[in-house]
Write a protein that binds this ligand. Structure first.
Ligand code: FES
Length: 187
């Protein structure tokens, strides 16, 4: 019985076997250049997966950035449509208002303010500040329309901008008073 001797020191692990590249020769025995090897199927499927994920991500990002713009434009269009669709509004309880008081109302989706003047007449104005669109309010003790955002002041009898940053008067509306009701419409 013959023993085979392993030249490596005891305990050294076997070296991993590396597949020898296949050498191809032509009919005359000359060595041919190795063909470029195709990527393994596993790598191909990984590449395809990364590609698909990239396209999906791009679609999601694109959709995410487009949606707010579309929504904003749609909202602006809806608001404009609502504003133009409503041409007049009846103010509930206006005839019972005491002099030097005010009542807020909605007109075309935006706030308005009806002010009963000290002489009993009515003035209707947009309540949207002409500075940066805050909603203004009436201060009866100071007999002024005031915007708390930046201290803008308007005249309650005319809507004229009196002091502070507002660059223009409040939009004024028509007011029609009958025995039954008070109606506000666009000028
Ligand atoms: S928004 Fe009214 S004063 Fe600035």
């Amino acid at each position: 019985m013959s023993e085979t001797t392993d030249p490596r020191p005891a305990g050294q692990p076997d070296e991993p076997t590396v597949a020898e590249p296949e050498v191809r020769v032509d009919a005359h025995g000359a060595q041919l250049a190795a063909e470029p090897s195709a990527p393994p199927a596993e790598e191909m499927s990984r590449r395809a997966a990364f590609g698909a994920a990239g396209v999906a991500g791009a679609c999601l990002l694109g959709g995410a950035s487009v949606y707010p713009v579309v929504r904003y434009l749609t909202s602006a269009a809806e608001t404009a449509a609502a504003e133009s669709a409503e041409t007049e509004v009846t103010i509930e309880g206006a005839l019972e208002m005491a002099p030097n008081t005010a009542k807020m109302f909605k007109f075309g989706g935006r706030p308005g303010i009806l002010i009963r003047q000290p002489d009993g007449s009515f003035v209707a104005l947009s309540a949207v500040c002409t500075h940066l669109n805050c909603t203004v309010g009436f201060e009866p003790d100071k007999e002024r329309i005031y915007c708390t955002c930046h201290g803008g002041v308007y005249d309650p009898a005319t809507g004229k901008n009196v002091s502070g940053p507002p660059p223009a008067p409040l939009t004024r509306y028509n007011v029609v008073v009958t025995d039954q009701e008070v109606t506000v419409s666009r000028v």
